[in-house]
Design a protein around this ligand. Sequence first.
Ligand code: GUN
Ligand code: ZN
Length: 637
Amino acid sequence: MSADFELIERDGMGRICTLRTPHGPVETPTVLPVINPNRKLITAHEMRKDFGAQMVITNSYIIARDPRLREIAASSGVHGLLEFDGPVMTDSGTFQSYVYGNLGIDANEIVALQRAFGSDVSTVLDIFSEPDFSREKAEEAVRITTDRASTALRLDGGRGIIACTVQGSLYPDLRERAARELSALGADYMAVGGIVPLMERGMYPELVDVVMASKKGMNPACPVHLFGAGHPLIFPIAALMGCDIFDSASYAKYAQDDRLIFPDRTVHLSELEYNPCLCPVCSDHTLKEIKSADRTERTGILARHNLHIIFSEIRLVKQAIREQRLWELAENRARSNPSLFDSYISLLTHYDFLERFEPISRKSGVSVVDGVSLSRPSIRRFSYRLDAMRAGTGRDMLLVGGTKPYFSHLDFSLKSGDEDIVARTPFGLMPITLTETYPFAQSSYSLNAVPEPRVLEYLSKFGYGSFRSVEGKWRRGGNTVPAFAYIDLIRKVCEYQFGAGLSASLLSGKIEFTHSNSTGKLRMVLRDGKQILFFRTGEGLFSLKFEGARLIHSATQPPAMRVVCSDDAADFVSSGKSLFCKFVKEADACIRPGDECIVVDGMDRLLACGRAAMNREEMLAFRKGVAVDVREHPSSA
Ligand code: GUN
Ligand code: ZN
């Protein structure tokens, strides 16, 4: 009821968000170092100052069972106990119960205590569901956890933030149902629990399936905490699945065992002959000094090294989201470990769900090194859409070879009659008119790793008649793309972006266009003398002009391409201001982040058009942030 969570940047299901807590905002993805109140190896204050931690996590059960800690927490709060004025989350003792057996903790009491200690995020006493649980046991863990969450949320009455944990062992349907039930209860901070044994045993494919199943049932506007995933090797793929918050006790645990964390693995100090790390502690101490330091000092040094690596990897993940290169980062990391690689392949099997969150284009292109890279959702969506457009053409095909940029360099005089020009590209065979469009146009690829396209298969699949192949004549310089090629491109990109029916309505009148004289790139599309579409050359996709939005509006019935805005925001939007999530009443389920959309009021009157920042589920779930970046409104026409 109360987590204030706003989406700022996104890539796939990964996102940068702001979580506002009573002790200040936290920018996710982030990692919360675990502070043991008994043994402050590194203090919360140092966590912030030296490593950039934004929030820390401690354990209310450990505080509650120790009279001295409990007294301090009761009188000066958990912030007083940790001598920290930033956000503090508390866990409930679930993990201790898992490790030590039933500890007789009272579920209601432990949540009430966390509130009394002034915790910014309290945690329900969930039941840890282990990977080898029978279905019955896993169901029971879910049932008890949901009951306890329900009570905790009711008693709290929406005053604080309460983490509700999705359990369910390895049963995807249980995980999804648990997440759905917790979301229906109004939980606004979700955790995925029971994964520590999966981390410890390197069962990453199972971990991916557990997280994806949980995400499918979750309110997409909730922060998602992956409990006990403190090793950085999991951060990129976890962030890609939309996990926002991690916690790490591993920095200390590993340090106590003389182990150093690296982004892709862990190394025992005794095995390290050369230290590749340049973090502040590794720069200050030679390996010899670290090895010969006494135990306490050594643990401190290694814990600090581990924290530097952990926080550095989180920044790497955030930068990748910012640049929209998170898929690349996750794929690269996956290649460092066979089980992690299998987990990446597992992730790709969730295409249908992933695709709903895939932006329609990105700031940066995709980089393709082999068939695995080609399986990324953005590339699969591209080829599925192309397949749908080409089915049963019955036309003739002219196959050309060459390299990018195909469209602006081809000598179109090669074409005769009613031929479709198809380019042989590393993404397979594709209409030359779509080689300017994301993701192909912006991709970089290895020529070695991509299989030769099967031409005959393509011919029969799409019902081509005759076919001839030319290596193509390529113009160097000069910009004499003929008008018919531009018109072909307009029709094809329109169909790719808006579908066949809509594209036919949009382009039904007299079509003219303008292009850049210096680059030859298409710019504006006019229909019967009025501007309807603007070509974004960077992505090879169209933006709607208001006249184009009008055409779409009158040619279709709701919900096509629509975002319905509540009446109190209608004036705001029709004057050109962005549409915020809290004013969205409905939206077309086909809308993807980055898609063009039209904004209408409750009576389906057209107010504006622009670019969706989210899909339908997100627009409806988030209470803060922009749903549609409005670009055109009645007076911009
Ligand atoms: N810490 C590590 N795993 C878990 C879990 O499943 N639940 C809770 N509450 N804390 C954890
Ligand atoms: Zn280091």
